[in-house]
Design a protein around this ligand. Structure first.
Ligand code: SAH
Length: 395
């Protein structure tokens, strides 16, 4: 195995079990290891620290597979890690055969660069790093060995692959071929997903907890569901006896799937789908004076890079300000950020400032985060990304 050495003093993060090693911390930046090959990571005095995957094209030059430098990175290693990830989802009660969940969440399941979402009997896989790509066959075969998986499909079209010099790859990998659409049941709600075209791998499993909360709170409410995508919150709200829901998204195919999902759950009326830019639409509502009892704002990542933080925060605040303004007395705002750079304290501050600007008095009644099948690894705070607040204004 090729030995890669850290520069003096650069082993601290490894000792704290953080799996990312940047090129600047490495002595042999241009070591002759192949993309994805397993290397032995050593400190500057040649003491082994960990085994990791070499990624020659990426600034993130090594991702640690194991902090035990003696642990073989082989089929058995991946079998153990996948087994542990599956066990957790079983314990969470997320392994209903008709349902879905995130089965493997990359660093959080100590499998950096590997994401697997389960849609019933199908696994949708993303190989996002050179190391993950290197073991693609092994991982696919191990997934096929799981008794509840009968087909594996790849959705490695995320932009992060570019940083690893990997081209996008999508398609059938093993087992049963994928149907055009696949249905899953979550807490009695039915959702259909286009696994080939949908965002991420098709469905936002990270919002499961939020859907439950919205269902609980929706009774009797007139709901405005902004950035609705395929209508997860719309179904949840109507399942919770909302009076009406307006969904808006800039994607027409997402709204078409939203309509299908609502119909799948027996909702043929009391909703409206609007294909529009949400920022424009919200201004229209602001001017019209129409009010809502529950406003949901779930935009895409508005801080895609650290450098976009000021602009992104302003956008989150703008959204929340208008959201608060559209509330009827006693109404609720549910606002989210899925930007990794947003920390909970900052999101609360932005929401507080938005309430001030909207001249409302609001109190937080719930804090939301990514569902537990997207756990936060304590040693890798970057695995936390989803903030949500539910705030209630005065009557
Ligand atoms: N709440 C959704 C997930 C939202 S993902 C759910 O429950 O599943 C973010 C959505 O925002 C995507 O569907 C995307 O099409 C949409 N979007 C992005 N920018 C937009 C904009 N400016 N106006 C309207 N929709 C937008």
């Amino acid at each position: 195995m090729i030995r890669i050495h850290l520069l003096p003093g650069r082993e601290k993060s490894v000792l704290r079990r953080h799996p990312w090693i940047f090129d600047g911390a490495i002595l042999e930046k241009n070591a002759p290891a192949a993309a994805g090959e397993t290397i032995l990571l050593c400190d500057s005095k040649d003491r082994p620290l960990a085994r990791g995957a070499w990624s020659p094209a990426s600034q993130l030059r090594v991702r640690v597979w194991s902090f035990d430098p003696a642990e073989e990175i082989d089929r058995e290693f991946f079998r153990r890690r996948i087994g542990q990830a599956v066990k957790l989802r079983e314990e969470l009660g997320f392994m209903d055969i008709a349902g879905g969940c995130r089965l493997i969440y990359s660093e959080s399941d100590s499998l950096p660069g590997i994401i697997v979402d389960r849609y019933g009997e199908f696994a949708a896989v993303q190989f996002l790093s050179a190391g993950a790509e290197f073991f693609r066959e092994t991982i696919t075969e191990l997934l096929m060995e799981l008794p509840f998986i009968s087909g594996v499909f790849e959705r490695s079209d995320a932009s992060v692959r570019q940083k690893e010099a990997l081209a996008p790859r999508c398609g059938h990998l093993a087992g049963k071929p994928l149907p055009e659409t696949i249905g899953i049941v979550e807490n009695g709600m039915r959702f259909e997903t286009d696994l080939k075209e949908g965002q991420k791998t098709g469905f936002y499993f990270d919002l499961r907890t939020a859907r439950e909360k919205i269902r609980q709170l929706a009774k009797g409410k007139k709901v405005l569901n902004m950035f609705s995508y395929t209508g997860g919150f719309a179904v949840a709200a109507l399942a919770g006896s909302a009076v009406s829901v307006i969904n808006a998204d800039s994607s027409a195919p997402a709204l078409e799937q939203c309509r299908k999902n609502l119909e799948l759950n027996g909702f043929f009326e009391n909703y409206e789908n609007i294909c529009s830019d949400v920022f424009e639409l919200l201004r229209k509502y602001e001017n019209s004076g129409e009010k809502f009892d529950l406003v949901i704002l779930d935009p895409p990542k508005l801080i895609p890079r650290k450098s976009a933080i000021v602009k992104g925060c302003r956008a989150y605040q703008d959204l929340a300000r208008i959201g608060f303004k559209l509330l009827s007395p006693g109404g609720m705002l549910v606002n989210f950020s899925c930007s990794g750079a947003m920390v909970p304290e900052l999101f609360q501050k932005i929401t507080a400032d938005a309430a001030l600007q909207a001249r409302v008095n609001a109190r937080i009644i719930a804090r939301l985060e990514q569902s537990p099948d997207h756990p936060t690894l304590l040693s890798v705070p970057e695995t936390f990304y989803l903030n949500g607040l539910i705030s209630v204004v005065d009557r």
